[in-house]
Design a protein around this ligand. Structure first.
Ligand SMILES: [Zn+2]
Length: 111
């Protein structure tokens, strides 16, 4: 992989990370709202709030998982191991990496 590619993927991953951190900050507000509203709102809207809180929690777990993948990919970029399949050590197809720069395996090992 060329140094320009490393730069490109680093920028792409950092943008993804910033975006995720922004949305998980929004989710923290959603989760916090329920606690505040518990005494002041009716039972039905409280259930609505709990439901959206559950969705927010599930989304947050996904976002955290994604964040871990992004950070691992950034570490591989630093170590110069980015783009190598974790299973067979072959180079992962750049087109595959362009779609998902956090992917760990080449198409053969992933399938
Ligand atoms: Zn492989």
């Amino acid at each position: 992989m060329k140094p320009a590619d490393y730069e490109k993927f680093t920028a792409q991953l950092q943008a993804l990370k910033a975006e995720l951190l922004e949305t998980s900050a929004t989710r923290d507000e959603t989760s916090a709202t329920v606690a505040l509203d518990q005494s002041s709102v009716g039972r039905l809207s409280r259930m609505d709030a709990l439901q959206s809180q559950a969705i927010a929690v599930a989304g947050k777990a996904r976002a955290q998982q994604q964040l871990r993948l992004i950070e691992a990919a950034l570490r591989r970029l630093e170590a110069g191991e980015f783009g190598e399949c974790q299973e067979c050590g072959e180079a992962i197809n750049p087109k595959r990496l362009a779609i998902d720069p956090t992917c760990l395996y080449c198409i053969e090992c992933a399938s």
